[in-house]
Design a protein around this ligand. Structure first.
Ligand SMILES: C[S@@+](CC[C@H](N)C(=O)[O-])C[C@H]1O[C@@H](n2cnc3c(N)ncnc32)[C@H](O)[C@@H]1O
Length: 196
């Protein structure tokens, strides 16, 4: 069977994407958990963030509301359409493009943020190098990934190794708390922050 085109696959996910508690952040407690988690690892606002594989723009808009300038990139026209349809927040751009090699300014970002997208890249090590090139000298990587019960994803050890192989330090924080996901989980979900 021919594998499905990934853009079509994500386009099909877009309409219901925000129904998952961690995607739409519609539950105030889940929203507050993600807000607090991200603010605890980001530099203070104002700062410039690239949100790669931004989906429906939930985190992009959440962080812009906190005073950050956030550029969201996603290759799915439907995801980007839904992101743009949300109430606008100053300081946000959404670009339809491949996050594997984002069409963003080199060396211009304080943060590259990616939640649940690095795992989907064909060559995550090469992708990570291009993402690091977007960062200024003190820029940090904020990666939220998982090794899900579906079998998809990246293990925490694998992501730490990818970051360290790129010549950077990696701080791992496991995220088993139900408050991030709207339900109990039994797979491995985590945050990796690389400050340098
Ligand atoms: C699991 S969703 C995560 C969305 C968002 N980061 C979040 O946490 O709400 C994965 C997203 O990555 C996007 N994506 C996957 N591969 C991509 C690529 N090569 N370039 C751009 N976007 C990509 C999909 O279209 C989808 O919106």
């Amino acid at each position: 069977m021919t594998p499905r085109d990934p853009v079509e696959l994500w386009n099909d996910e877009a309409a219901t994407f925000d129904e998952a508690a961690d995607h739409g952040l519609r539950d105030p407690a889940v929203r507050a958990a993600w807000r607090d988690l991200l603010l605890s690892v980001l530099p203070g606002a104002p700062a410039r963030i690239a949100d790669l594989g931004c989906g429906t723009g939930t985190l992009t808009l959440l962080l812009a509301a906190e005073g950050y300038a956030v550029d969201g990139v996603d290759f799915s026209p439907e995801m980007i359409r839904l992101a743009r349809a949300k109430p606008p927040v100053d300081g946000v751009t959404f670009t339809e493009a491949d996050a594997d090699d984002p069409p963003l300014e080199t060396g211009a970002y304080d943060v590259v943020l990616c939640r649940h997208v690095l795992w989907a890249m064909a060559d995550p090590a090469a992708t990570l190098q291009r993402w690091i090139a977007l960062l200024g000298p003190a820029g940090r990587l904020v990666l939220v990934e998982g090794s899900w019960s579906t079998g998809a994803g990246l293990t925490a050890a694998g992501t730490v190794e990818l970051v360290e192989s790129a010549g950077r330090e990696a701080e791992l924080r496991l995220l088993p708390e139900a408050t991030y996901w709207g339900r109990e989980i039994d797979d491995e979900r985590y945050l990796v922050v690389s400050r340098r």
